[in-house]
Ligand binder design. Structure first.
Ligand SMILES: Nc1nc2c([nH]c(=O)n2[C@H]2C[C@H](O)[C@@H](COP(=O)(O)OP(=O)(O)OP(=O)(O)O)O2)c(=O)[nH]1
Length: 141
């Protein structure tokens, strides 16, 4: 039996959960194979923490911010988003409630993307369909 995929948790940070007009994208600084591509900040859930605890920890570590989570953007793979053979991701909409986002680790640039122009940066391949789903969700809010 192949190992089950590792769970990655991440945040789709918007300027306003009630009326999103901008999405915060983060550019990876490594590894070389992923550097320069854009993603939802987050990372692997650690043993002993829940996925929601993992999102809060990762965003504090990576961007130095505290979050208020909104709805989870459920994916087609048992409610999650399969990224690759090794990884599957769960993603929550979120709003910053504490701190100014900075690319502290793992990223070298952050950018607020205006609604309608969320594909202006080269997202990681697996994220492209997620950005589409997120834009459709934002249009319904
Ligand atoms: N965080 C994040 N990872 C993503 C996205 N899309 C995508 O394919 N991935 C992939 C990249 C990585 O191979 C994997 C997540 O690993 P990561 O490097 O972010 O996890 P981590 O922060 O816990 O990393 P580390 O401490 O183990 O180095 O998922 C995304 O939008 N956000």
């Amino acid at each position: 039996m192949p190992d089950s995929p590792t769970l990655v948790v991440a945040a789709a940070i918007v300027d306003d959960l009630d009326a999103p007009t901008a999405l915060l994208a983060a550019r990876r600084s490594g590894p070389v194979s992923l550097a320069g591509r854009w993603e939802f900040p987050g990372g692997k859930v650690e043993p002993g923490e829940t996925p929601v605890q993992g999102v809060h920890r990762e965003l504090r570590e990576e961007l130095g911010v505290g979050l208020r989570l909104g709805a989870e953007l459920a994916g087609p793979d048992d409610g999650a988003w399969r990224l690759s053979e090794k990884y599957t991701m769960r993603l929550w909409l979120a709003e910053i409630v504490d701190g100014e986002p900075q690319p502290l680790v793992e990223h070298d640039e952050l950018r607020w993307l205006p609604l309608g122009d969320w594909h202006q940066v080269p997202w990681l391949d697996a994220d492209v369909r997620i950005v589409d789903a997120l834009a459709a969700h934002a249009a319904r809010v």
